[in-house]
Design a protein around this ligand. Structure first.
Ligand SMILES: C[S@@+](CC[C@H](N)C(=O)[O-])C[C@H]1O[C@@H](n2cnc3c(N)ncnc32)[C@H](O)[C@@H]1O
Length: 276
């Protein structure tokens, strides 16, 4: 598209042609227009005969180009919605996925408001830690990451009235006694030769890829968890859809009783290990 003033309706009507490779072309175009015009989606649709100024048009074209080159819409907008809230993201932070909301569902279904100490390992944008602290206010929530830039982003995503302790740490190396009731983690679990990485090239590799066919970080966390969990504590892990048998084997070897879960598309995606 050339930067010539067109109406909102014309641009939305051509979204398929503008973003042929996107499976969310219309919504992507709408969100980019919202950003350039300073409108929300309801205003955009209600005022769709409005023409873009040439400055707005230029900005739209440059954002559109980034999207055409495959950059995720969340990085262009600077945020991603998770559990009904917008979390700031940038190229140093993994974009939280709808599938990871499964971990929140599992936790809220099983654990009431009773005060507990929980840890979100590899917090990234802070999506899990912030959502859990906001839905279970009496919980003591610790969030860790090896990446200082991710921790910084997670802190920015934490509202002033929400208290979370952030620590820069390598998985559970920072805890030396059995004081945690629940450990939750969505660690890197993609094998370094997985062709799916081609579509994830904008996201930080250290948030995605794990050695040993994607299992090294899962295995390290499972091996450490038993030492830090209280007697009736448990470990909840997200994993790759082919990894469930191996994750179950690792959990059972570490002495956990297991429960398995599928994601939104019915693929094996998460497992809880109960200490008792
Ligand atoms: C798949 S991302 C998950 C981010 C976030 N929890 C989410 O679900 O959207 C994995 C996170 O683990 C962090 N990480 C990688 N290796 C780590 C390690 N050895 N110790 C702690 N965090 C690590 C990465 O920086 C990244 O933020």
């Amino acid at each position: 598209m050339r930067p010539m003033p067109e109406s909102i309706a014309t641009i939305i009507g051509s979204s398929r042609q503008l973003l042929p490779a996107s499976d969310s072309a219309r919504i992507d175009c709408e969100l980019l227009l919202c950003l350039c015009l300073g409108k929300n989606r309801a205003q955009l649709i209600a005022q769709d005969d409005e023409k873009l100024t040439s400055k707005q048009s230029k900005q739209f074209c440059s954002l559109l180009k980034r999207r055409q080159e495959g950059e995720p819409i969340a990085y262009i907008l600077g945020y991603q919605e998770f559990w009904g809230h917008n979390f700031l993201v940038d190229k140093h932070t993994l974009i939280p996925r709808p599938d990871t909301e499964l971990l929140i569902d599992i936790i809220l279904d099983r654990f009431d408001h009773k005060p507990r100490t929980i840890m979100d390992l590899g917090t990234g944008s802070g999506a899990l830690a912030v959502t859990l602290k906001q839905t279970r206010c009496d919980w003591h929530v610790l969030a860790t990451d090896l990446s200082a830039t991710s921790l910084n982003m997670a802190q920015q995503n934490t509202p002033a009235d929400t208290s979370i302790m952030f620590l820069q740490a390598n998985w559970l190396d920072c805890i030396d006694n059995a004081c945690i009731d629940l450990v939750v983690a969505n660690p890197p679990y993609i094998a370094s030769n997985d062709p799916a990485l081609a579509n994830l090239r904008f996201e930080p590799r250290n948030a995605l890829v794990s050695a040993d066919n994607g299992l090294r970080d899962l295995s390290k966390i499972i091996g450490q968890a038993e030492q830090v969990l209280t007697i009736d504590g448990c470990l909840l892990l997200e994993h790759g859809y082919t990894q469930q048998p191996e994750v179950e084997r690792l959990m059972k070897t570490a002495g956990f009783r297991t429960e398995k879960f599928n994601d939104l598309s019915g693929q094996p995606r998460a497992m809880i290990g109960y200490r008792k």
